[in-house]
Design a binder for this molecule. Structure first.
Ligand code: PLP
Length: 464
């Protein structure tokens, strides 16, 4: 196959920037599709008759601009626009009772938390502490809020002292703070082969290399993690051991123990994303409990109380806590005391535990509907949490399937948007049961999906 050759005949400025600009244009024009592997920078330099330093600088700049992503041992690839949350369609975050039925987003089921938040906000508004909540605060002032975080973490199965708790502005901000605090440009960040892709966008902006850890039906494969440790000296491994998105898998206690042991032995930081943990009963203990000296645990109230609160908590080995506070400082100065106060009161009076139960029970009922409508062949086990992962029958391509659903006014997510390597994405879809406020619309959406599953795949499904 011919290698990609930028057209440098026009334009001025440094050559490396002209390469980046030609690349951006070829991506925008579809001449360089997402997932395309670029030639090694030495080869491109040879073909263009320029120094390898210039092409290497161009690739580094393109990674910084999120045009490319580098994968250690595999090469450099054109990023998928779908992987960049900055480009995701914000319209799909709106919840409405009209228009397309949206089963694409992993939001909490609405309607449970409003009255509790209204009550607590009016208590705060009329109470004596309002003035200090409206002021700048340091992390020392937040002791009370960190203690509430400690209570919430105990609810997540984690026993930590208050000085190891760092309040953040939701889970996503927490992950960004960890990456900013502990990784340097060029460091290797591992993630599950199917992952929460905003983390890849963050990695690209921070100039990190990324590597995909292989997954099987039981989740991430410890041997693949170990192989990365031997081959490429990763700095950190980001993973979601409980109710993984998109696959729903919860990693067994045995696999967790193996991963914790490998991380300890190779001195790799584990970033344990536990935002869905409170939605699962009877789960194995968190990685952070098994490997407290190497794991940073990320949790949030977004999936159980309200994403608009923007409250989350990190818990970290004591030696890493100051760097995490610095990241919070640098990015937002302080996690807003007002929202932290609302969250803390809801944690302390037991409301958050009740809300978590309500989400869990309602999600379970909705998941039973999914199995009932799509059938036990398609959904053999009723999953917990908000999403279902459906490998498609042979012959279906996930993009064609989701386009057909969209044509019938149902939004779902195709597996490719979660894939670190688009070329290796499984032909599967993720359906979220929690996005639609109205269960009748959920049922209608599922019936439409069941109808598409009955169709013959490919050409015939797109002919209308
Ligand atoms: C796996 C995962 N981690 C983190 C987050 C971020 O959650 P938050 O709203 O707390 O930032 C999400 C949100 O969808 C998620 O799916």
């Amino acid at each position: 196959m011919a290698i990609w050759m930028p057209d440098l005949s026009s334009g001025d400025g440094p050559k490396y920037l002209r390469i980046v600009e030609a690349m951006a244009e070829d991506i925008a024009m579809g001449r360089l599709p997402a997932g395309t592997r670029l030639p090694p920078h030495r080869e491109l330099a040879y073909q263009l008759g320029i120094s390898p330093n210039t092409t290497s600088r161009a690739y580094a700049e393109a990674i910084k601009r999120a045009l490319l992503r580098g994968e250690v041992g595999r090469g450099t690839f054109v990023r998928s626009a779908d992987n960049d949350p900055a480009r995701a369609d914000p319209e799909t975050l709106r919840r409405t009772d009209t228009g397309p039925i949206d089963l694409s987003r992993n939001l909490p089921i609405p309607g449970f938390s409003e009255r509790h938040i209204r009550r607590v906000m009016s208590e705060i508004a009329t109470g004596p502490g309002l003035r200090s909540l409206l002021d700048y605060q340091t992390d020392k002032d937040l002791v009370h809020h960190r203690a509430a975080g400690q209570m919430w973490l105990a609810n997540c199965g984690l026993d930590v002292s208050v000085d190891r708790v760092v309040p953040v502005v939701g889970g996503q901000h927490g992950i960004l703070c960890v990456l900013m605090a502990l990784l340097q440009p060029g460091d290797l960040l591992l993630a599950e082969a199917l992952t929460y892709t905003p983390v890849l966008a963050m990695a690209a902006r921070l100039g990190l290399q990324t590597g995909a850890v292989v997954m099987d039906a039981e989740g991430v494969v410890p041997e693949s993690f170990e192989a990365w440790c031997h081959a490429a000296n990763p700095r950190a491994f980001y993973l979601t051991p409980t109710l993984q998105s998109p696959t729903t898998v919860t990693l067994s206690a045995a696999r967790r123990a193996t991963i914790a042991e490998i991380a300890n032995r190779h001195d790799v930081i584990l970033i344990e994303d536990d935002v869905f943990g409170p939605l699962k009963r009877d789960k194995p203990v968190p990685l952070a409990q098994m490997a407290p000296e190497t794991t940073i645990h990320v949790t949030s109230l977004s999936k159980t109380v309200a994403p608009g609160l923007r409250v989350g908590f990190l818990s970290a080995p004591r030696k890493l806590v100051p760097a995490l506070h610095q990241s919070v400082n640098l990015s937002v100065w302080m996690t807003p005391p007002m929202t932290l106060e609302v969250a803390s009161r809801l944690i302390e009076d037991g409301t958050v535990a009740v809300l978590s139960d309500q989400q869990r029970v309602t999600a379970h009922r909705r998941q039973q509907l999914v199995q009932h409508i799509l059938g036990t062949d398609t959904v053999p086990r009723v999953p917990e949490g908000f999403h279902v992962w459906v490998p498609l029958p042979a012959g279906w391509r996930a993009d064609v399937f989701s386009a057909e659903c969209a044509r019938l006014s149902v939004r779902i997510s195709e597996g490719r948007i979660f894939a670190m390597n688009a070329a290796e994405a499984p032909e599967a879809i993720r359906i979220c049961v929690s996005h639609e406020p109205d269960e009748d619309r959920l049922v209608r959406g599922l019936e439409i999906i069941a109808g598409v599953l009955q169709q013959k795949p490919s050409g015939s499904s797109m002919a209308i």
